[in-house]
Write a protein that binds this ligand. Structure first.
Ligand SMILES: [Fe+2]
Length: 259
């Protein structure tokens, strides 16, 4: 059951009953690589979330990170400009979980067993667990003018996000669905065409209050630079096993500290 706090902030469609029927949604997710739950948060809930995010922003950590599309070490078998090794970059600001108040709606959404079971069924997982460290389970990400998320594949096979505030220009989520492997091998030629801007991916029209589940492990994706306004995106990060911490290197990069 949804607790009364959650009931009061979820969009009209999202009653207890909604979360019981997952098989058709699961099929869509597997086929399209993405599920968007529009107006998951009501206008009233959004007002609260925007206020909370704005109040926390001065404490956020600004990061810029560089990586290749595969978010893995440089591979000497390939030249630096190859799609395997080419450098992408991300700039954003981030609030880690330990700065989010315990009574926040975000924490209630994350901890809700109804929602967690719903995600498990959609994703075909037995269970989902929070990060062991106190920073990485829920993050509020702020993208200001010029901030962007460069092309990459995710390490984890799913991502759950909530768009709290949308920028007015730029900041578009773009992806190519399930294109990573060809005959069981990395398809570097395809990635090269994308990095050289010779192909256009699927652009997701997102609206404030939308919850999105995305399978980013086999689908390359990016967020184009924000041109006007501010984009605030919450990520709900779960693990399939208990006791996992985000790597110290990633915590240093995105939060500026490890605890
Ligand atoms: Fe990603």
């Amino acid at each position: 059951m949804l607790d009364s706090d959650l009931k009061s902030i979820l969009g009209e469609k999202y009653k207890d009953r909604f979360f019981e029927q997952t098989s058709s949604l699961s099929n869509v997710l597997n086929k399209e690589g993405i599920l968007v739950f529009d107006s998951f948060i009501s206008q009233r809930g959004l007002i609260k979330l925007k206020k909370e995010a704005a109040e926390l922003k001065p404490k956020s950590f600004k990061s810029s990170s560089e990586y290749n599309v595969y978010v893995s070490d440089y591979d000497e078998k390939f030249p630096p400009e190859s799609p395997r090794n080419r450098i992408m970059s991300t700039t954003k600001k981030c609030i880690p979980n330990d700065l989010i108040p315990k009574d926040s709606i975000l924490q209630k959404l994350y901890d809700s067993s109804l929602l967690k079971n719903f995600f498990c069924k959609l994703l075909g997982k037995d269970n989902l667990y929070p990060y062991e460290d106190s920073l990485s389970s829920i993050n509020i990400n702020y993208y200001d003018k010029g901030d962007a998320l460069g092309w990459h594949f995710d390490n984890s096979d799913f991502t759950i996000t909530l768009l709290v505030k949308n920028c007015t220009k730029g900041g578009v989520y773009e992806f190519f669905n399930d294109m990573r492997f060809k005959d069981g091998e990395e398809d570097y030629d395809f990635v090269q065409k994308i990095l050289d801007n010779n192909l256009e991916g699927t652009k997701v029209k997102s609206f404030e209050g939308d919850l999105m589940i995305f399978k980013g492990n086999k689908s390359i994706h990016q967020v184009t630079p924000v041109e006007e306004g501010e984009r605030i995106l919450v990520t709900f990060n779960y693990n399939e096993t208990l006791g996992i911490s985000l790597s110290e290197q990633s915590r240093r990069t995105f939060f500026g500290r490890i605890k």
